[in-house]
Design a protein around this ligand. Structure first.
Ligand code: ADP
Ligand code: MG
Length: 173
């Protein structure tokens, strides 16, 4: 489904490469983990795969057009939108009918345990809550591919366990 060939990224001219000659293929339905120490280039590769960052060399190829969901390591929520509005954003952009938007988002809010804070703004939330908004926002658009950048790192163990189970369930579905 995804082929990554010879991806290299250097942030500064003449600088050291953040990632160098990365090659991988990912078949449909696969759950792939990138493991490595902090600073080894995991986020950089994910951002390149998502098309958010240009590579210096190499190519990203999808077998077909895909809808991508992305959960950012540092959340990247819209600060001027409420929890509910953040999660609804992608559906609004896709012009999904309002009633359907409301149904999807209210289900997600309870699945990730955010129903009580639906009308709060990101700055009023804990890190773990923000992370859950990011996860719900990525799931809301029913993505073909989910790119998750350390999605459970800001969560307490109980919440992380719950969201891992949710994620596996979504993946199986
Ligand atoms: P990881 O996610 O594995 O912790 P990153 O992909 O964030 O690693 O970073 C890989 C390397 O690229 C690091 O050395 C980091 O300092 C550097 N880097 C990442 N983003 C930038 C940027 N926007 N500008 C300059 N250097 C960057
Ligand atoms: Mg990272």
């Amino acid at each position: 489904m995804l082929t990554v060939t010879h991806i290299t990224k250097t942030f500064h001219l003449h600088g050291k490469s953040a990632i160098r000659d990365i090659n991988l293929t990912v078949p449909e339905g696969q759950f792939l983990n990138l493991l490595g120490p902090s600073g080894c280039g995991k986020s950089t590769l994910l951002r390149i795969i998502a098309g958010l960052l240009p590579a210096n060399q190499g190519e990203i190829h999808w077998d077909r057009p895909v809808r991508l969901g992305f959960v950012f390591q540092h959340f990247a929520l819209f600060p001027y939108l409420t929890v509910l509005e953040n999660i609804t954003f992608g559906l609004r952009m896709q012009h999904v009918p309002i009633e359907q938007q409301q149904k999807i988002v209210s289900e997600l809010l309870s699945e990730v345990g955010l129903a009580d804070v639906a009308h709060k703004y990101p700055k009023e939330l804990s890190g773990g809550m923000r992370q859950r908004v990011g996860i719900a926002r990525a799931l809301a658009i029913n993505p073909d591919v989910l790119l998750l950048d350390e999605p459970f790192s800001a969560l307490d163990e109980f919440t992380a366990e719950k969201l891992r189970a949710l994620l596996l369930e979504v993946w199986e579905r």
